[in-house]
Design a protein. Structure first.
Length: 254
């Protein structure tokens, strides 16, 4: 749902970037001889800032370019031509474009910061939910199902299955407790290449060195979870291990 809303918001921002500067320039045309061009440029900048505040780089840059183009076409002499004769008008047009791009980059940085903060809050909620489920003595299948769903979302998985007392079966890749991934005992660079293609990935579930089982994960094509996301997955598996250790006898590692 949030992805759909973001896509819709970005599309609206692109439309506004293309239309709003043109509309404002058209409104100012009847008055262009009665006020300095710098005032018109300031009005254009306000429109660019409003569009760029969305934090979508494409929309902000389009708004800056659109504002500069229509400022030149409608509000500088000779009118209705893409030509500028006066040095001051050239400087104002360039400044309008530069400020628009700069404001866009600031807005993109702010949006990324907010997104990262929201994502981290979601991670903490996931850990807290698993911890609470374990603390209140929920059933083991309920807890593993809950963590399976969280792993699927966090790691961009196609499927995820918890298996009691199984390790290494099928020779999948393995995610370790430091978040690293190995394939046939060789380290795989997930940050650069994503999950290894053509193989499942297992995450062992242990508690105090006692093996309990594994999460067998099938990544979506191109899935590339960050180190932070992989460490969250390990923390969730540890929650399951602690809960299982108190609910049944330990299982010998297979």
């Amino acid at each position: 749902m949030s992805l759909y809303l973001n896509l819709t918001r970005d599309r609206v921002a692109v439309l506004a970037a293309l239309a709003a500067p043109l509309a404002l320039a058209a409104v100012l045309v009847p008055f262009r001889a009665s006020f300095p061009n710098t005032d018109a440029a300031l009005a254009m900048i306000l429109v660019v800032v409003a569009v760029a505040a969305n934090g979508y780089r494409l929309a902000g840059i389009l708004a800056a370019v659109s504002a500069a183009v229509w400022f030149d076409f409608f509000l500088t002499r000779p009118y209705e031509q893409f030509t500028i004769n006066q040095r001051n008008d050239i400087e104002t047009t360039v400044l309008l474009l530069v400020i628009g791009v700069a404001v866009t980059e600031l807005a993109v940085w702010g949006r990324r910061g907010n997104t990262a903060a929201s994502r981290r809050a979601g991670y903490l909620d996931g850990i807290n939910a698993a911890a609470q489920a374990a603390a209140i003595g929920g059933s083991a299948p309920m807890l593993t199902d809950q963590v399976t769903g969280q792993l699927t979302r966090v790691l961009s998985l196609q499927s995820c299955l918890f298996q009691y007392g199984v390790a290494g079966l099928g020779q999948p890749a393995r995610m370790h407790h430091d978040g690293s991934v190995t394939v046939a005992h060789r380290t795989w660079d997930v940050d650069a290449e994503g999950f290894p293609p053509g193989t499942d990935v297992e995450l062992l579930v242990e508690s105090g060195g006692v093996f309990q089982g594994r999460f067998l994960m099938t990544p979506l094509p191109g899935a590339r979870p960050t180190s932070e996301q992989r460490l969250l997955a390990v923390a969730l598996a540890d929650q399951v291990g602690a809960a299982l250790a108190t609910s049944h006898h330990p299982v010998d590692r297979g």
